[in-house]
Ligand binder design. Structure first.
Ligand code: AMP
Length: 546
């Protein structure tokens, strides 16, 4: 019997904080304020303030495992909360400010949030949440606090830390000894199907996720980078990027509330950003601005943009290459922290023809280390290079093993995999390609149509900016597809032309019966097509068909 002789260091936020403070202290943290002024600080200062926050929370009586909610945009104080709340042994609950106040109130109550830290510009929303039934024992406001307590005053109450050498005194704050399996943060699923459910991340899952996310073949983040997370810190922890940045020491630039394409481009150029991250809609808007204003913004050559949350259209990847910028497609979920797949062309295919390389990059890709995925249908595992679809299953150390409260246990297979609800297939290179959500597939005349495949192909048409395809009840076929399409500015295309475009790739019964041209497609709080709303809008469309 040989016993391992290595140290057992708990993987906790303390390690990230300590590193940011001691070794990365000079790296910059830039926040754009609501008035568009830039606030500059460093990891050193953020880490010290995060420690103060932790001590102040302990003195305020927060107990291990209790929730402190945040209702904030992306900025330095939110990063302090990310680091400081779990350091106090508490759990950060990032509230999604884009949800309806009733839904936010439901989520805050479900999580039993005790304290709240809120941006002053979001106080009107806070009032609505309270009117909708949420209540917090104490509320700390970042900025002008008005009748509420101020976040800065909370920090000012922080006593020094009680350490081994300090003389015992009740005015000193004793931070808890953290275990790596302790809860660190909670995010709620966006709830497109059923009620939102809590996913509770541990210190350990967060540290492991951050380490792997930084790897060159994952998101490739280094100290020399400047990162701009457009993805909000209230959506899957901004894909974990604030932790990755604090760990690597990459300069981080927070955009605050102004997320329109020109404002983002101003910031990308001014701060010489090398890596940005956001959902496809963000990059669609950026592409249009760059095309309409050539030479207006001097972006860093080779700027990389991580895109996920919905499928990145192949055309978008091509267009950015033309502009000298690189889109990196990744897939993930709230339940997977989120990184589960990253699409990078492997070296042995680097010489493949252009069409093959773009096809690969538009797929969701392959898993990073420690994550395992498989595609399974009622017949069993779908082998690579098989054209059949199945449900994507995933497991790994940063994949949830249950929801808070144990809701919907059937989302996990008996043999321990998380059922993503995404439909996928695997190509001969092992690249996973999502073809639909299980709930969005269309059943027509007993056969399945993958709505996402059709809409992705429609978005490959030069005149199409965005397309969403839904199944609508049909008296004869059970369901038939309808496509809603937004054309690119100034572009023209007829419904027949678009139907022919679909027919050139797919079986005839996959061609949408109706194409509706719209100004915008409704979106969820996380930027995904809101297909529930679309289905409701067009519910009776085929009612009178023979
Ligand atoms: P959320 O938990 O809100 O982040 O949503 C997760 C869901 O977003 C996944 O189950 C997918 O359906 C979708 N999604 C995320 N990334 C991608 C992607 N790269 N391509 C297509 N769908 C995606």
């Amino acid at each position: 019997m040989t016993t391992a002789t290595m140290m057992d260091v708990p993987l906790t936020i303390e390690l990230v904080l300590d590193r940011a403070e001691r070794w990365m202290s000079a790296s910059e943290v830039v926040s754009r304020r609501p008035d568009k002024s830039l606030h500059r600080t460093t990891y050193g200062a953020v880490a010290q303030r995060a420690r103060k926050l932790a001590r102040a929370l302990v003195v305020a009586g927060i107990q291990r495992g209790e929730r402190v909610a945040t209702l904030m945009w992306n900025h330095a104080e939110h990063l302090e909360a990310y680091l400081g709340i779990p350091l106090a042994g508490a759990v950060t609950h990032t509230l999604n400010l884009r949800l309806h106040p009733d839904e936010i109130a439901f989520i805050a109550n479900d999580a039993r949030d005790r304290f709240l830290i809120v941006d002053d510009v979001l106080l009107p929303l806070y009032d609505k949440i309270v009117a909708a039934g949420a209540s917090f024992e104490r509320v700390f406001v970042v900025g002008a606090s008005g009748k509420h307590e101020s976040y800065e005053e909370l920090l000012a109450t922080a006593p020094p830390e009680l350490t081994a050498g300090s003389s015992a005194s009740i005015s000193l704050a004793q931070l808890p000894d953290l275990a790596e399996t302790d809860a660190l943060g909670v995010c709620y699923t966006s709830g497109t199907t059923g009620k939102p459910k809590g996913v509770v991340y541990s210190h350990r899952s967060t540290i492991l996720h951050s380490l792997v996310a930084a790897l060159p073949d994952a998101l490739d983040l280094a100290r020399a980078d400047t990162l701009l997370p457009v993805v909000p810190m209230f959506h899957v922890n901004a894909w974990g990027l604030p932790f990755v940045a604090a760990m690597t020491g990459a300069k981080i630039v927070f955009p605050g509330p102004h997320l329109d394409p020109p404002s983002l481009l101003d910031l990308l150029a001014a701060e010489k950003v090398t890596v940005a991250a956001g959902v496809p809609t963000i990059w669609l808007g950026i592409r249009e601005q760059l095309d309409a204003n050539p030479g207006k913004w001097q972006l860093q050559p080779g700027l990389r943009m991580i895109v996920g949350g919905s499928a990145a259209p192949e055309q978008l990847i091509r267009d950015f290459d033309r502009l000298g910028l690189t889109l990196l497609h990744a897939w993930g979920m709230t339940e997977t922290s989120p990184i589960g797949l990253v699409s990078r062309v492997p070296p042995h295919l680097a010489g493949a023809d252009e069409a093959t390389r773009y096809k690969l990059r538009a797929k969701q890709g392959t898993p990073p280390p420690l994550v395992d995925v498989r595609v399974r249908n009622w017949q069993g595992d779908v082998p690579a290079d098989d054209k059949t679809n199945g449900e994507l299953l995933v497991r790994g150390p940063w994949v949830a093993r249950q929801y808070a409260g144990g809701h919907t246990p059937d989302r996990w297979t008996k043999d321990g995999w998380f059922r993503t609800g995404d439909v996928a297939r695997v190509d001969e290179h092992g690249f996973v390609q999502l073809t639909d959500r299980v709930a969005d597939m269309i059943k027509s005349g007993g056969e399945w149509i993958c709505s996402q495949e059709v809409e992705n192909h429609l978005m490959g048409h030069p005149a199409v900016r965005e397309a969403a395809v839904i199944g609508v009840p049909h008296p004869k076929w059970s369901e038939r597809p309808i496509a809603t399409v937004v054309l690119r500015p100034g572009a023209q295309a007829s419904a027949d032309e678009l139907r022919a475009h679909v027919g050139a790739k797919f079986a005839k019964f996959w061609i949408p019966d109706t194409i509706v041209f719209v100004d915008a497609i409704p979106r969820t709080s996380a930027g995904k097509f809101k297909k529930t709303e679309l289905r409701e809008t067009y519910r009776d469309h085929f009612k009178d068909e023979p």
